[in-house]
Design a protein around this ligand. Structure first.
Ligand code: MG
Length: 280
């Protein structure tokens, strides 16, 4: 299993960069902090730090990711003071194993996102935002294009902290890693400024993952840069060491692209009615 990856972040026109990220095998995370003063910076840093015990390994399990999210949530809640309720989103992709095969474990809380550019060169948004505008899109009351400019586009419905009680449940997906897969983890500072078409074109035209991440961030800054923007690009360069080697099984892996699998639908919570204002 060989990965290549790169990351880039920029404060945009904001005085502080409240985004935090981690790009160390086997974990690639973006956290978008919110709250006044330094609170957003502290919250997103707490979230990322909770995952550090899982670094320097070849893979992690879905349970380990859940435990790290619980620890992150507890750490963010410890920042609460008086009427200050810092918070953070989280989106990530981790390398995991399922039945001896290397898989992407994708997870999110809030409106930071994970995309996959697959071997068919199609860009697919894997994560689903926990946001007010996503609920309107789901209900058929708003188009994805309209969501970008909606007055409540910054209202998220799930977060770590931000006045929401308890530890939030992440949504999780399991995707078999295909050679040539290119994953993108990003904050809404990217997706709020540029279209999915521009993201796809950039990912297709720039081979080096670090340069691709830098080009994406620059595109968001050039488009207005109204928010902190962070992008991590992860390439599956070689998965030969992690998959069965017999001809039949190799063929099966090549031809049978697994659809996104919800790891544990039973534990997914109903949509929360509480809203957190403004993670940008
Ligand atoms: Mg943001």
């Amino acid at each position: 299993m060989t990965l290549a990856f790169g990351a880039c972040t920029d404060p945009g026109d904001r005085p502080r960069n409240e985004d935090a990220h981690l790009a160390v095998e086997p974990l690639f995370l973006v956290a978008d902090g919110m709250g006044g003063h330094e609170d957003g910076v502290l919250a997103s840093a707490c979230v990322v730090d909770a995952f550090r015990p899982l670094l320097a390994r070849t893979s992690v399990t879905a349970d380990e990711v859940r435990e790290a999210i619980s620890a992150a949530s507890a750490a963010v809640h410890r920042l609460v003071s008086g009427d200050r309720s810092p918070g953070s989103t989280l989106a990530g992709v981790a390398v995991t194993e399922q039945d001896g095969r290397a898989c992407w474990l994708v997870f999110n809380i809030g409106d930071s996102r994970v995309y996959r550019l697959g071997a068919n060169d199609q860009l697919e948004q894997i994560s689903v935002d926990h946001s007010h505008v996503q609920e309107l899109v789901d209900a058929g009351e708003l188009t994805a294009r309209g969501a970008k400019e909606h007055v409540q586009r910054n209202v998220i419905t799930r977060a770590l902290g931000a006045g929401m009680p308890g530890a939030p449940e992440p949504d999780q997906w399991l995707l078999r890693i295909e050679p040539g897969d290119r994953m993108l983890v990003c904050s809404d500072g990217l997706t709020g400024e540029v279209t999915d078409q521009l993201i796809a074109a950039t990912l297709l035209s720039t081979a080096d993952p670090e340069q691709a991440a830098a080009d994406l961030v620059q595109a968001a800054v050039d488009a207005g840069g109204r928010d902190n923007v962070t992008a991590i690009v992860v390439d599956a360069v070689d998965v030969a060491g992690s998959v069965p080697v017999s001809d039949s099984e190799t063929r099966e892996i090549t031809l049978d692209r697994l659809p996104p699998v919800d790891l544990d639908a039973r534990t997914r919570p109903a949509r929360r009615s509480s809203l957190a204002e403004g993670n940008r």
